[in-house]
Write a protein that binds this ligand. Structure first.
Ligand SMILES: Nc1ncnc2c1ncn2[C@@H]1O[C@H](COP(=O)(O)OP(=O)(O)OP(=O)(O)O)[C@@H](O)[C@H]1O
Ligand SMILES: [Mg+2]
Length: 299
């Protein structure tokens, strides 16, 4: 194990060469010069996506996405519907692999190792990189069995009660469910169900949590609970969240990546426009398309 908890034996390949500098697309109508921006200290890079494209059959969903995701912070992916936020997010734990016609071009390095290398162990990839979806999707089982399901499947049977409690506490749900662990998860409210899904994901003690619009089906109080949770969870996990809610991105994300649709011939293809500290994206973006989107002028 290395300091970041990543077991190099999962990949045969040696760590890839040092990461290239972020490539940022600019436009002639740029609103802020790059040199005027505040500099931040570099953090450890968890994902290094280089010129990533995804096609589903003949449909090019995203192209030319070069983006680094840093450790122990929240990165938000924002942009208009259909620009490929979910596609990119799902590519980070190979969730798209089972979609017929899915093809990924370019490379995604995870702690320096090619996520799509033949030697990558997909079960381990999913264990280390957990995912929570838009709609809470608990299994029709007890609260306890939902959280214990993945550890049991992976043979992690010792200390299971402690693991379940730790995950429920981590998801800020323990106090609400500790007296009814054997009750059906389907009896929980939507917000509780979503925190249960987060508990289910962290029961495997992953490295990364991917969240695809995790609060869009929830009321404002449940949404606030999820946002609060993000702040606690990022101490332990690297978090990537897709959101359509600009206020939410501003509240929870340290960094924000803005995706949009580019006209390429007859096609509209999703691509990354720019990525930076959330404050910068919202107040002094480089690209006029980002400025228009975050100020609600389109999308
Ligand atoms: N399984 C699939 N098969 C074919 N095309 C797909 C598939 N999934 C997504 N696409 C296409 O890829 C493009 C990007 O879709 P994606 O769902 O990633 O966008 P998104 O930014 O998450 O949108 P939204 O904000 O509406 O969730 C869209 O044109 C979509 O129709
Ligand atoms: Mg989506």
């Amino acid at each position: 194990m290395t300091a970041n908890g990543f077991d190099n034996s999962l990949w045969n390949e040696r760590a890839a060469a040092a990461a290239p500098r972020m490539r940022i697309r600019t436009d002639p109508d740029a609103v802020t010069a790059a040199s005027e921006r505040p500099r931040e200290l570099p953090r450890q890079v968890v994902f290094d996506a280089r010129d990533v494209s995804v096609t589903y059959g003949a449909k090019v969903a995203i192209a030319d996405v070069t983006l680094q995701i840093q450790r122990n912070i929240v990165t938000a992916l924002i942009g208009p519907s259909g620009c490929g936020k979910s596609t990119f997010l799902r590519s980070l734990n190979r969730m798209n692999d089972s979609i017929p016609g899915f093809r990924l071009g370019g490379r995604i390095l995870y702690h320096g190792h090619d996520l799509y290398d033949r030697s990558a162990n997909r079960v381990e990839v999913r264990r280390r990189i957990g995912m929570v979806f838009q709609k809470p999707n608990p299994f029709p089982k007890s609260i306890y069995d939902n959280v214990a399901w993945a550890p049991r499947n992976l043979g992690m049977k010792s200390g299971l009660d402690e693991r379940v409690e730790r995950a429920l506490r981590g998801a800020a749900l323990w106090d609400e469910v500790k007296d009814r662990l054997k009750a059906s998860a389907l009896g929980l409210s939507g917000g509780q169900q979503q925190r249960l899904c987060i508990a289910r994901a962290i029961a495997l003690e992953p490295d990364v949590l991917l969240l695809d619009e995790p609060a869009s089906a929830l009321d404002p109080i449940a949404t606030a609970a999820i946002e609060e949770l993000m702040h606690t969870l990022k101490r332990r996990y690297t978090i990537v969240i897709v959101t359509h809610n600009m206020q939410q991105a501003a509240r929870v994300a340290d960094r924000t990546a803005f995706f949009s649709l580019d006209e390429r011939g007859r096609e509209r293809v999703g691509t990354l426009i720019e990525e930076d500290a959330t404050k910068t994206i919202f107040s002094r973006p480089l690209d006029s398309r980002t400025r228009d989107y975050v100020s609600g002028r389109f999308g």
